[in-house]
Design a protein around this ligand. Structure first.
Ligand SMILES: [Zn+2]
Length: 317
């Protein structure tokens, strides 16, 4: 059996938020095409993501938020049926269509199934090719293309249902993972390390609100070497000290220099290097356990190449 899982579901492709929206279904096609063309897919254990239960979603989200999203989903389904508005707008950037409810449950379900598979020793690590992304979704609020926080749901599930005592969340998206921070700030069972362009959407994360949040704001046009130095001098020592039993990655690829949604200057080799470093930490403390889940990344070509670089390291290719 292959040691790296690839979790996805067709429903994640059917969620869309209107023509021209950068968080589009074609993102998943770009990833799949690239992994197939490069022969990487053959080396992965491909699994269909199950639906998450709402009780698992509620490990990281308020019951009211989950109910509100379900209500919106019902409304948009009725409206679409009646030939009315095909979208329910949540904020200027974020909407649901009639497939979104299924997409969000499969997106979180992918991370949960990946946690189960990795904990059972069926695989060492996994990548979840899912949308909508999650890291802006707060405990009680959807925003920034995100409805439920897939990685936070997975981390809470690993703590609660698998009895882990320490999990790390690494966020290398160009945007601050404010939702994950909202859910876990002050929870000492979780260490979150991230860098993000600042000042920039969502204008949060600095100063760090709690000692378990290692936030590294960086100015626009910061490039790979400077990021690697921060990873080496700040992330890695904190991770080593924390000794996580599992590492989650909020894997956004919009810090790539070809991505117009951010202004950082990473390239594929930087994602490859960061993944290698995280694998080393996971090997030392977490029996290799890594669950990585797609967040941003909007230049389709750069996204495909960056995910390939990331997954190749996960799969030792
Ligand atoms: Zn982003």
């Amino acid at each position: 059996m292959n040691r790296t899982g690839y979790f996805t579901h067709p429903a994640c492709r059917r969620h869309e938020m209107g023509a021209g929206h950068p968080e589009c279904p074609e993102r998943l096609d770009a990833i799949e095409d690239r992994l197939l063309a490069g022969g990487v897919m053959d080396a992965l254990e491909r699994r269909e993501a199950p639906l998450a239960s709402t009780s698992d979603i509620e490990l990281a989200h308020d019951r009211l938020h989950v109910a509100a999203m379900r209500g919106l989903a019902d409304q948009v389904a009725e409206d679409a049926e009646a030939g009315l508005m095909p979208y329910a707008q949540i904020d200027p950037d974020t909407a649901m269509n009639r497939h979104s409810w299924s997409a969000v449950l499969h997106a979180s379900g992918a991370v949960l199934a990946a946690v189960d598979a990795v904990m059972a020793g069926e695989m060492e690590n996994a990548f979840c090719a899912v949308r909508p992304p999650g890291h802006h979704a707060c405990r009680g609020r959807a925003m920034g293309f995100c409805i439920f926080n897939n990685v936070a749901v997975g981390a809470a599930y690993a703590l609660r249902r698998h009895g882990l005592k320490r999990v790390a969340i690494v966020d290398f998206d160009v945007h601050h993972g404010n939702g994950t921070e909202d859910i876990f700030a002050g929870d000492e069972r979780v260490l979150m390390v991230g860098f993000f362009q600042h000042p920039f959407y969502p204008y949060s994360g600095t100063p760090s609100p709690a000692s378990n949040m290692v936030n590294l704001p960086v100015p626009a046009y910061t490039r790979g070497p400077a990021i690697r130095e921060l990873v080496d001098t700040v992330w890695l020592p904190r991770l080593e000290e924390f000794k996580p039993e599992m590492i989650f990655i909020s894997a956004g690829f919009d810090a790539h220099r070809e991505d117009d949604l951010g202004q950082l200057g990473l390239v594929e080799a930087d994602y490859q290097w960061m993944t290698m470093k995280l694998k080393e930490v996971a090997a030392r403390h977490a029996q290799g356990r890594i669950v990585s889940s797609l967040e941003g990344g909007y230049n389709l070509d750069a996204l495909g190449r960056s995910v390939e670089a990331h997954v190749r390291v996960l799969a030792d290719l």
